[in-house]
Design a protein around this ligand. Structure first.
Ligand SMILES: N[C@@H](CCC(=O)N[C@@H](CS)C(=O)NCC(=O)O)C(=O)O
Length: 194
């Protein structure tokens, strides 16, 4: 049985959205986390090594890091396929964008928000304006990250983009607005995030 360790209004909400789309049975265990204002504490019940969310347990396995959890779930639970398997078309793209979210997109936008100067050759991500260009160019002629197929990448990246635009962390271009609308119009998004 899948158990998702969750805290409201955090990255773990996106995994509830994914679990709903997958149609996999799951339970949610609410845990406390440390907050930006200094309040909150790590919950001893949370198996994440840093006490963060999301974390997930399933059949004796513990999985942490949002993208790793998404890949684990979409490989294993296939009632409604939400990502290509090894050997299927677009698998490479799927892995790339899953890794891009925490490895490039998030650090770039967070650095810009906190006024951290980008250093080429030292930082493993790219400057935020370049990331915006890449996202807009990629999504200009595609409905979803993998083309016509909606996948877990759209849940992790697309769902996040909506909130980043609301927080003015990324520009609201027509391309990104149209793309995020396709994600946020989904019944599972409305059920979980609405
Ligand atoms: N790289 C992690 C980030 C996880 C993360 O930072 N989660 C936040 C909530 S959105 C958290 O648990 N914060 C509490 C803390 O930093 O201790 C992932 O993508 O899963």
């Amino acid at each position: 049985m899948i158990t998702l360790f969750h805290h409201p209004k955090t990255r773990s909400s996106r995994l509830i959205f994914l679990l709903e789309e997958l149609g996999a049975p799951y339970e949610i265990k609410l845990v406390t986390i440390r907050s930006r204002d200094g309040s909150g504490a790590i919950d001893p019940a949370n198996p994440h090594p840093h006490g963060k969310v999301p974390a997930l347990t399933d059949d004796g396995e513990t999985v942490f890091e949002t993208s790793a959890i998404a890949l684990y779930l979409t490989d294993k639970y296939r009632t409604t396929p939400m990502g290509p398997l090894p050997g299927e078309p677009t698998r490479g793209e799927y892995l790339s964008w899953l890794a891009y979210r925490p490895g490039v997109l998030e650090p770039a936008l967070i650095c810009r928000r906190f006024g951290v100067q980008h250093v080429f050759g030292a930082m493993g991500w790219a400057p935020a304006d370049e990331v915006e260009e890449v996202l807009n160019a990629h999504l200009a002629d595609r409905d979803y990250f993998l083309g016509t197929a909606f996948s877990a990448v759209d849940i992790l990246v697309g769902g996040g983009l909506k909130f980043m635009m609301m927080a003015k962390m990324i520009s609201e271009t027509p391309t990104l607005q149209a793309y995020t609308a396709r994600i946020t119009d989904r019944p599972a998004f409305r059920k979980v995030m609405g």
